[in-house]
Design a protein around this ligand. Structure first.
Ligand SMILES: *[C@@H]1O[C@H](CO)[C@@H](O)[C@H](O)[C@H]1NC(C)=O
Ligand SMILES: *[C@@H]1O[C@H](CO)[C@@H](O)[C@H](O)[C@H]1NC(C)=O
Ligand SMILES: *[C@@H]1O[C@H](CO)[C@@H](O)[C@H](O)[C@H]1NC(C)=O
Ligand SMILES: *[C@@H]1O[C@H](CO)[C@@H](O)[C@H](O)[C@H]1NC(C)=O
Ligand SMILES: *[C@@H]1O[C@H](CO)[C@@H](O)[C@H](O)[C@H]1NC(C)=O
Length: 413
């Protein structure tokens, strides 16, 4: 068991997961909210990602039998929020997250902010039982009945507010506070599922705003990004935090390679679209399952070729004055800047192109255009790589909630 503890403020004091006095308004009573049993299978990233609370509860801790929460968790996503809890109207808080696949707890109590990480990698696509509990002055995380992490907190200030009455909020799918308050920043979006939850040993149901179209958990998962035909993902190629590689001067490389892997024959719809900042479409790549054809649109030209059985990758090669596509045994130039045209695709990439997967962007200059599109992809893209590094869809400029960033169903839905 690897254990590393970082403490800010006074060290040595303990803090309990249930603490606090007056809870803040959890926002219950919002329109459309309904009770949901804690045992229910819940997708953490589905409905609105990290943008709105998926579920939260607001309970009076007086009478709570135990400050212990047990649930099962399954993911292939290495990074994101598992759950958030707070008391004291949000002044004291707790998060359980994954970073590099490994669990991490961050705890803020009075004048202390602590972070502890370690234990087994959890992003193996299997169900794991997790338990978070307070034992006196110590908070413990168990993974599959083994203690994985333990943290003790104590300070004069935490002792003042150590009583067991008050309210607590627990939220799945969203952190109810500013991300910048975290000990270390994190990509919060989590493509993961939780089931069989017993939260604080209370029978109270969650108050949840579950959309009737909420995205459910697949019975069995495999690595990949699943596009259900309802939405797309858009990257900004100049955003160094979202797309590998970190930007380096275009002079230092001759081309940019975008590679998609997957069972292309099982796809249908547009899987790749690149647009300039003015929403001029440079390329649209589409699979037509009725005709078993791959279609590449550039300007007003359409290249059509039959799908190659067993061919599972397609490569786009952008160089200064050329865009090439490699598929199967075909390697063809789809765009060649005429001599004298100053256009430089690598420079445009660095300035910021829109790189979309799973559909064709709206194409208007309106701000909402990234969020709407057409010809959405239905299928599982196994891997997306830029410059040979895998792209994390959770870091995109925009990702539609229907797209699961790290998991595909094992059998096509
Ligand atoms: C919490 O429960 C205690 C004891 O039952 C009660 O006195 C108090 O008013 C409750 N607080 C809230 C906010 O419901
Ligand atoms: C929940 O509380 C009941 C009674 O208060 C106790 O018997 C049970 O062991 C508790 N379960 C957990 C998981 O703490
Ligand atoms: C793309 O990223 C660059 C660099 O971070 C930024 O200046 C630009 O505003 C971004 N464009 C959009 C549409 O977000
Ligand atoms: C093509 O894909 C659509 C959407 O997934 C599906 O409804 C249709 O049956 C498929 N057609 C063929 C010929 O596979
Ligand atoms: C990309 O195209 C350039 C020529 O434009 C070529 O030299 C290079 O080998 C190509 N890279 C790949 C990975 O196909």
């Amino acid at each position: 068991m690897a254990l590393k503890v970082a403490l800010l403020g006074c060290v040595g004091v303990v803090w309990l997961l249930r603490l606090g006095v007056q809870g803040a308004d959890a926002g219950d009573g919002r329109k459309g909210m309904e009770p949901v049993p804690g045992e229910r299978l819940i997708h953490l990233g589905g409905r609105c990602g990290s943008l709105c609370p998926l579920i939260h509860t607001n309970v009076n801790l007086t009478g709570a039998g135990s400050a212990r929460s047990i649930f099962e968790f399954r993911t292939l996503d290495p990074e994101g929020l598992v759950f958030y809890g707070d008391t004291q109207g949000g002044a004291d808080w707790f998060v359980l997250v994954l970073r590099g696949g490994v669990p991490e707890m961050q705890i803020k109590k009075a004048d202390i902010l602590s972070m502890v990480s370690g234990g087994p990698r959890l992003n193996d696509g299997k169900w794991h039982q997790l338990e978070v509990r307070s034992e006196g002055k110590i908070v413990v995380l168990e993974v599959d009945q083994q203690v994985a992490l333990m943290v003790g907190l104590d300070s004069p200030m935490t002792r003042v507010q150590g009583d067991m009455t008050g309210q607590i909020r627990i939220s799945l799918g969203m952190m109810l506070r500013q991300e910048k308050e975290l000990f270390e920043p994190l990509v919060l979006a989590m493509d993961g599922c939780i089931r069989r939850g017993v939260w604080l040993n209370l029978s109270d149901p969650w108050v949840a705003d579950l959309d009737p179209n909420a995205y459910s958990c697949f019975p069995d998962i495999q690595p990949g990004s699943y596009f259900s035909g309802e939405g797309l993902v858009v990257f900004n190629t100049s955003d160094s935090l979202s797309l590998p590689p970190p930007p380096f001067p275009s002079q230092s490389r001759d081309n940019i390679i975008v590679e998609l892997e997957g069972h292309v024959e099982d796809w249908t719809g547009s899987f790749l679209n690149i647009q300039t900042q003015n929403h001029e479409s440079l390329i649209i790549a589409t699979v037509r399952n009725q005709t078993k054809q791959l279609e590449i649109n550039v300007d007003t030209l359409t290249h059509i070729m039959p799908l190659v059985p067993g061919e599972n990758s397609l490569t786009l090669n952008l160089s200064r004055h050329q865009i090439k596509v490699h598929y199967g045994t075909t390697d063809f130039t789809i765009k060649q800047t005429p001599p004298g045209d100053p256009r430089d695709w690598l420079a445009e990439w660095d300035k910021g192109l829109f790189l979309a997967f799973g559909g064709v962007m709206g194409g208007s200059l309106h701000s909402g255009s990234l969020h709407s599109g057409s010809d959405y992809l239905h299928g599982c893209i196994g891997k997306i790589k830029v410059q040979n590094q895998e792209v994390d869809l959770d870091r995109a400029l925009y990702k539609h909630a229907s797209v699961t960033s790290h998991s595909c169903p094992v059998s096509p839905l």
